[in-house]
Design a protein around this ligand. Structure first.
Ligand code: ATP
Ligand code: MG
Length: 292
């Protein structure tokens, strides 16, 4: 595996379809993402950059656990499912592997990754590059103090921008999908190059219900009975308890509820709404504490 690449996947892939489906967000968000991805391959290669300055980059921002990484991977797969004539490859970049501890090496690693690995992949065919947690690669240079942060980080951001421009110029068959849960930390020059910056929100009440129900129905496939919980009295009130949590936290509430009583841990079928309510209250309280 080339340095800085975590995984290479030929698309479409069934696991990624499940991932896309598992994320409950407004249909509008999914549809805008998909349209933008499609346009990157239908319009961008045919129109001069002086007319439409497209870079072939999408940035997903939002709180931790809102489904950004899942949506990013799922989007790549949806694109491949829609444009069946095209053979897409997904490259997942591991930004932490690039941020080398050796001074001066990060910039080279970034340049090699984009200038060689990504460029070579693009020569073979349409390529989607996942830049997860992009703030580690394209850190906001204006916020980095030279004292606290090695010059290396500045240079890495510069290298990302230079390479992004060069790739956009030379290859029209690359789409970058970046994610960040810390958009203030992403360099403005990177954000400005993105064709679409989309915020993935915390789930609304309806989405909370869908996530919780999906989780319980899923568990019910193994532990019969749990899938009936959404029909029981008090479920609507429970939804209000988890409202305000992100999707990951909602699923974790269920996982924690399974550990709330010894009997339930031994026999998960005994899980009750009360167990989930207790776990939800704890999760909410922890959240409030974190914010203080
Ligand atoms: N809107 C949602 N609907 C259903 N499940 C969700 C949703 N958001 C998050 N999840 C669940 O939470 C888990 C984490 O999602 P994911 O890793 O995609 O989030 P993320 O936004 O990338 O988080 P981070 O910012 O911490 O990297 C997934 O397993 C997913 O099932
Ligand atoms: Mg993520």
């Amino acid at each position: 595996m080339p340095k800085g690449i975590q995984r290479i996947t030929a698309l479409p892939h069934p696991d990624l379809l499940d991932l896309w489906k598992s994320i409950v967000v407004d249909e509008d968000i999914k549809s805008r993402l998909l349209s933008q991805a499609v346009v990157s391959f239908t319009v961008r290669p045919k129109v001069s950059r002086t007319v439409l300055p497209m870079h072939g980059a999408i940035l997903l921002v939002g709180a931790p656990g809102t489904g950004k990484t899942s949506l990013a991977k799922g989007l790549a797969n949806e694109l491949a499912r829609l444009m069946t004539q095209t053979k897409f490859t997904l490259l997942q970049v591991d930004p932490h592997a690039l941020a080398s501890s050796m001074m001066g090496k990060t910039q080279k690693a970034v340049s090699d990754l984009f200038g060689q690995t990504v460029a070579e992949a693009a020569l073979k065919g349409p390529t989607i590059v996942l830049l997860d947690e992009v703030e580690t690669l394209a850190a906001d240079r204006s916020k980095l103090s030279l004292e606290a942060n090695p010059v290396d980080v500045h240079r890495a951001t510069d290298a990302v921008l230079v390479q992004l421009d060069a790739l956009a110029e030379a290859h029209q068959n690359i789409l970058f999908i970046a994610t960040s849960n810390f958009p203030q930390a992403v360099d403005a020059a990177f954000t400005s190059r993105c064709d679409l910056v989309l915020e993935v929100p915390l789930p609304n009440l309806k989405a909370c219900e869908q996530i919780l129900t999906d989780c319980l129905v899923g568990l019910g496939k193994t532990f019969t009975g749990i899938e009936q919980l959404p029909q029981s009295h008090g479920y609507a009130a429970l939804i209000k308890e988890v409202h305000g949590l992100d999707g990951r936290a909602i699923r974790k509430v269920v996982a924690n509820a399974l550990t709330s009583r010894r009997e339930v841990a031994l026999k998960p079928q005994l899980l009750s709404l009360e167990d989930i309510r207790t776990a939800a209250k704890l999760a909410k309280a922890a959240r409030v504490k974190e914010k203080q």
